[in-house]
Design a protein. Sequence first.
Length: 261
Amino acid sequence: MGVKDIQQYIETQCPNACVSVDLLRLARGVAIAKKRAGRDGRFGIVIDGESCLDRLYGGYFSDWICGGQWNRMVQFLSVLVQTCYQNGAIELAVLFNGAIERDRMKEYAKLQTDLHLKINQVLKHVHNKGTPPPKIWWIPPTCLRSAVRMALQHLGVTVVYTMDDHHQEVIAYCRENQMFGIIAQDAEYAIFDPPRYFSAENLKLTFKGNLETKEYIMDEVAKSLDLHPNRFCLFAALLGEQTDACAILWMSDANCWANVV
């Protein structure tokens, strides 16, 4: 078991840790509670753009194989932003990976190899069947990151490119700006103890105007592992892979060390 397997473990082995939530309803409840306490009622959410590309694209539809539809994507993003800002008072910040991350080159190479294999499957399917490929073969159309970024900036959403280590900078942005939580789909966010961790894969804007997803309750995950919640970083360092250096760095936090020593 490696660090990357933690996300799968949470989803398959910890049913009590995966709770369905409506982010708009949650935002309204938090805003009311904060106002009663005389505090700022802002409800900020950080979106990891790398985990949410398919969601920000507007979900699956058959035209993605031909390069995608700009107007449909912009229409979806407009509805999403309007729903969040007006109805739920959710402040969004979308972070994309702009870092080279030389330490992760092997991981990047493996990802590109997997993408090439998937592209070959898609092309063979279209040639042989003459129908849109299955959803499971979805890959981001060329330049989708740039297209999503321009659309979000046009709609007034905060867009940030990370410069050094994407995962660490996303967590740092969330904490420094006192955001409520992170929408992502990566085990590295789970082990770094975000304020709240929401699923990108299950993010859905419904026809009723609800913004639904699942929240991963890390305290429940800790119980299933018989692990103190503040020791996730140490646990990840022992598992190894690319996150060990990051985990050791984050373990320098005084609160973590206080519980380990």
